[in-house]
Design a binder for this molecule. Structure first.
Ligand code: FEO
Length: 396
């Protein structure tokens, strides 16, 4: 369990979770890491901890650098248990250590662990001297919990960014420049889409607050550390949080007897003829968290469901619930589907998407099996529907 040197006196002492494949509904097919950082100074400081089952792994790495009993300060940038879960076990060994966190962080940690630790609350502008170094705190509420904050060490030019700028990616490498940038971008985008997307405005504020910092290294709490290419990941976040998706589409659907699927394929074809690249997402084979990565980049979200038991397919219901929670902004939607007699599904999809803030084209439903004339009409409807929007987005 080797620690990894981030800078002189600054060590990664986190844990690699090679096995996790489901992070409360988010499919983490490449695993994850929980990153904690140890700073050796007059006051020995640990920034964040790890998920509780990885406590021993973290402590083994800390022990390679220093006797863990010598830790004076624990900074908790975020209450969520993938970063604070090991805190109670740690504090059993460090009863006199101080815990620095935001006011909401103290509240959340007390509610989680029912412990009266030596809490010190900090906010934007507060600076803690730990010896040769200082730690400056920046509150970043709702990126993505109320308690979130960043910790910046000016002497090392390191931003400990917690969830921001991270990705669920287990690897033997610790630095982003040691791994294919395409893989890192894919996982960082998936992370943003599935965790941070509802909070684009708050992310923009956090980026503005961090803009005044001279950042040489970004050390997030998941995935890889950025010691080169810092502007690259900051640029990704600027772009994603602007909520200005590209002229691309996701066509999400499920089908019973292939009629809605036939409609979906024709919808995708019509989009391409309108100049809109379309990603086809069959819910029988595509995980909702992967669809959300495509949604991040797509202005158009088109959803098809047949009518099943007077409602929609359970897979479509799951996707729409997930979509509504992540609340992508500035999107255009379209509901379509086949039906036998009741025909409620298309109206239900349309209603859910409108309530989620998606601007909807007029929906289309077709009884039983679509014929060629109906499919041509559907194609024309889609092509005409998207054209007015094509001048208003980025296109790559
Ligand atoms: Fe990685 Fe919000 O916890």
């Amino acid at each position: 369990m080797k620690p990894v040197k981030v800078a002189d006196g600054v060590w990664w002492v986190g844990a690699v979770d090679w096995d996790t494949r489901n992070f409360h509904g988010y499919s983490t097919m490449r695993g994850s890491t929980y990153n904690a950082y140890l700073i050796i100074d007059d006051k020995i400081t640990l920034i964040d901890t790890v998920k509780a089952p990885f406590f021993n792994e973290m402590m083994a790495r800390v022990s390679e650098v220093v006797d863990p009993a010598k830790i004076d300060i624990v900074v908790s940038n975020h209450v969520e248990m993938d970063h604070s879960g090991a805190l109670p076990l740690l504090m059993e060994k460090l009863p006199r250590a101080a815990v620095y966190t935001s006011p909401q962080g103290e509240k959340g940690l007390r509610l989680h662990y029912k412990q009266d630790w030596d809490f010190h609350t900090v906010k934007t502008g507060d600076v803690l001297n730990i010896g040769r170094r200082n730690l400056a705190f920046v509150s970043t509420p709702m990126v993505h919990w109320p308690d979130n904050m960043l910790t910046y060490c000016p002497e090392e030019k390191i931003l400990f960014s917690n969830d921001a700028f991270g990705e669920h990616l287990a690897s033997a490498e610790r630095f982003a420049d040691e791994v294919s940038l395409g893989v890192v971008e894919e996982e960082a985008a998936k992370y943003y889409a599935n965790i941070v997307m509802p909070y684009g405005a708050q992310t923009q504020k956090a980026l503005a607050a961090a803009a005044g910092l001279d950042i040489g290294i970004i050390a997030p709490s998941h995935g890889l550390i950025w010691r080169r290419d810092v502007p690259t990941v900051v640029g990704w976040y600027k772009k994603w949080s602007a909520d200005q998706p590209e002229n691309k589409a996701v066509v999400v659907y499920d089908s019973m007897w292939h009629s809605t699927e036939t409609m979906a394929l024709r919808v995708g074809d019509a989009l391409e003829r309108a100049g809109v690249p379309a990603k086809m997402c069959n819910l029988k084979t595509t995980h909702v968290s992967d669809i959300m990565t495509a949604v991040l980049f797509s202005k158009f979200i088109f959803v098809g469901s047949p009518t099943l038991n007077n409602g929609i397919m359970p897979t479509v219901s799951q996707f729409l619930t997930y979509l509504a929670g992540l609340a992508p902004k500035n999107r255009v939607g379209f509901a379509f589907g086949s039906y036998g007699w009741g025909g409620q599904s298309v109206g239900i999809v349309d209603k859910i998407m409108r309530e989620a803030g998606v601007e909807m084209l007029d929906s289309v439903r077709i009884q039983y099996i679509p014929d060629e004339a109906q499919l041509q009409s559907l194609s024309a409807h889609v092509e005409q529907g998207v054209r007015p929007y094509l001048g208003t987005s980025q296109t790559e």
